[in-house]
Design a protein around this ligand. Structure first.
Ligand SMILES: Cc1ncc(C[n+]2csc(CCOP(=O)(O)OP(=O)(O)O)c2C)c(N)n1
Ligand SMILES: CC(=O)[C@@H](O)[C@H](O)COP(=O)(O)O
Ligand SMILES: [Mg+2]
Length: 629
């Protein structure tokens, strides 16, 4: 029986001797490899955080002490050690455990997460609350990666912590990677302090002194704290960013030396106030391929754990491309013709496929770090100087930048093209990552063009049209995953802005859709033929400006209307159609299909579409109900 078999909760872990933690870390790593190779999820980050996870749960009294993971994609080890080992095979599956920490799943998940750079702010809230309640023995720890630290919120959090004197430990898990290689001046700074010899010598001396005196009792501790502080204020404050903003900085230390981590964390427990422990780790630690190519192994899909070969469900038949690749190739094609085009991504060059243009035109592409707000305003600045920025942000992460969209772009009518990838239900990442809201949040912004293609050709045409539109911002949203067309690379055309199209004629019921669910509508219509039911189908294509002629045609010819969208029915297409009817005195029965007014969990996209009732079967069912009503 291995050590991991004996552990259900951190109380079991605490029974081990320190040297046994090395073996436990190895077993935990093997467990993660076993599970994630068969049931895919985030891989490299969790492997890199194994020793940190073991040490944190060994030293701290979780869940009383609050342990907050940033992003949460590295928290598989944490889940396994906190009561979810036996359910880990359900990770990210419908009805199973979430791939991210989730407060409703476990009391050990102190803060729900999925989006980056929130941990320090949340930790500060908890630490201040502990202070106000006089819970002086409570420790609050935020574990944040070097990538997440590039996010504005992380900096806002550090800035605030530095004047609160709250009892917080920030563990900086520095592996020099985001999903792709980490970027930016701050990343360079971290590398500098990790490798600066004079600085490290000084810091080691202070650390050694502090360690020795910590064992001498409170009076000596106070003395050394004074000495330590005066040395620091003289020398270190000027040379260390974290010290300069009132953190006590420790490290860099080896984030894979679990015994040393435990010793250091035990020492840090006795030091009050804001502290930052800089740990150097390797993303993908312990799995050769993942160490060698961390970007590819961030979330690799199924693989053979013995050979390290990825297992593709590829039956050899040609497949339609991923929408992200249609975006990537099309942008490069447009940029070759139009020298004003530039590409912007906040830390998702591979996920968005902007890396296709990056390879050929590195000086016209910008990975700005995990900084969606900055990405939008940076694009606004570029547009103000007659560049044509294509700012590609996942729909869910764009939520961060709403004020920038409104205040910096739309209000000034700046022609930024927003490409919102992962619009709609994304699948296994779940509630934190579904692009449920963009249609609704973009539709309410004046001057904004809001569009969604039904297939790859339409995406290309919308991108082509958007590059020439200079009156204001233009948003194009498309889903995660593959499109519909094998032969997708056709010449591009200008589309009339604000004009939809009739996809198929019909009677009795009109279905109005936007974006890719139009294909579910077509499938439903094909199936309904055998039952002699023939709904008409309209693809609205633009949610703003909406095609009023098309809606007039619909309302003048149909009393029964179904709207279909891969987005929240509150504020999206369904709402727009109801508003139009109310404002223009049309009376009709309108049924809205889309994401209902609640957060949708994780699962396969097909399962989630079905759950929400807008897959082809759900549409058929609604048509039949409405026809027979
Ligand atoms: C607001 C936001 N933008 C983008 C992402 C996508 N994302 C998830 S993990 C990640 C990289 C995080 O890097 P780091 O914090 O260093 O963690 P590592 O994977 O290196 O352990 C990114 C960009 C996100 N989760 N949230
Ligand atoms: C943790 C995180 O936010 C990313 O890793 C995200 O899961 C990427 O999603 P895609 O797989 O859709 O690129
Ligand atoms: Mg990192």
């Amino acid at each position: 029986m291995g050590l991991l078999d004996q552990i259900e909760y951190p109380t079991d872990l605490k029974k081990l001797d320190k040297p046994q933690l090395i073996q436990l870390a190895d077993e935990l790593r093997e467990f993660i490899i076993d599970e994630v190779s068969a049931n895919p999820g985030h891989f490299g980050a969790s492997l890199g955080a194994v020793e940190l996870t073991v040490a944190l749960h060994y030293v701290y009294n979780t869940p009383y002490d609050r342990l907050i993971w940033d992003v949460g994609h590295q928290a598989y080890g944490h889940k396994i050690l906190t009561g979810r080992k036996n359910r880990f095979h359900t990770n990210r599956k419908l009805g199973g455990i979430s791939g991210f920490p989730n407060r409703s799943e476990s009391e050990y998940d102190a803060f729900g997460v999925g989006h980056s750079s929130t941990s320090i702010s949340a930790a500060l809230g908890m630490a201040v609350s502990a202070q106000l309640r006089k819970e002086d023995d409570r420790h609050v720890i935020a574990v944040i990666g070097d990538g997440a630290l590039t996010g504005g919120m992380a900096m806002e959090g550090l800035n605030n912590v530095g004047v609160q004197n709250a009892n917080i430990l920030v563990v900086l898990n520095d592996n020099d990677m985001a999903i792709d290689p980490n970027v930016g001046a701050f990343k360079e700074y971290l590398t500098d302090i990790a490798t600066s010899r004079p600085y490290n010598k000084l810091k080691d001396e202070v650390w050694n002194m502090l360690g020795k005196f910590n064992r001498l009792g409170p009076t000596a501790q106070r003395l050394i704290q004074k000495v330590d502080n005066s040395i620091k204020s003289l020398l270190m404050k000027q040379s260390n960013f974290f010290e300069a903003i009132n953190f006590r900085y420790f490290g860099p230390i080896d984030g894979h030396d679990v015994v040393h981590l435990v010793n250091v964390m035990n020492d840090l427990k006795d030091i009050p106030g804001p502290k930052l422990l800089h740990c150097i780790t390797k993303k993908g630690k312990g799995f050769k391929q993942a160490e060698l190519n961390a970007a590819e192994w961030h979330a690799p899909g199924k693989f053979d754990k013995n050979t390290g070969l990825k297992i593709k469900d590829d039956d050899g038949t040609p497949k339609p491309p991923k929408y992200q690749d249609v975006f990537g190739h099309t942008l490069l094609e447009l940029a070759r013709q139009n020298k004003e085009i530039v590409g912007i991504t906040p830390a998702m060059p591979a996920g968005s496929s902007l890396n296709i243009m990056m390879k050929e035109m590195p000086d016209r592409c910008f990975d700005v770090g995990i900084a969606e707000q900055h990405a939008v305003t940076f694009s606004a600045g570029l547009a103000a100087e007659q560049k044509t920025p294509f700012c590609n942000i996942y729909s869910t992460f764009m939520q961060r930048a709403y004020d920038q969209i409104v205040h910096d772009v739309a209000l000034q009518k700046l022609p930024v093209v927003f490409c919102l990838d992962r619009g709609g239900l994304v699948g296994e990442d779940g509630a934190t990552h579904h692009g449920a809201f963009d249609l609704a949040y973009m539709r309410s912004v004046p001057n904004m063009i809001v569009s969604a293609p039904m297939n790859e050709t339409e995406l290309r045409n919308l991108m082509y049209t958007a590059q020439n539109y200079k009156e204001g911002p233009f948003s194009i949203r498309y889903p995660r995953g593959r499109g519909m067309l094998i032969d997708w690379k056709q010449p591009m055309n200008d589309l009339p802005i604000g004009q939809g199209r009739k996809v198929s004629d019909g009677e009795e019921v009109a279905i109005v859709s936007i974006g890719h669910p139009g294909n579910f509508v077509q499938q439903a219509i094909n199936h309904l033929k055998s039952e002699k039911i023939t709904p008409a189908h309209y693809d609205i294509r633009f949610l703003r400006p909406i095609d009023e002629d098309l809606l007039e045609e619909v309302f003048n010819n149909f009393q029964k209307i179904i709207t279909v969208e891969d987005g929240t029915i509150i504020g999206g297409l369904g709402s727009a159609v109801i508003e139009y009817a109310a404002e223009h005195g049309h009376r009709a029965q309108i049924v809205r299909l889309g994401i209902p007014d609640k957060f949708i969990e994780h699962g396969k996209p097909a399962e989630l579409y079905r759950m929400c009732g807008f897959d082809s079967e759900g549409i058929m069912k609604t048509v039949k109900e409405i026809v027979s009503a």
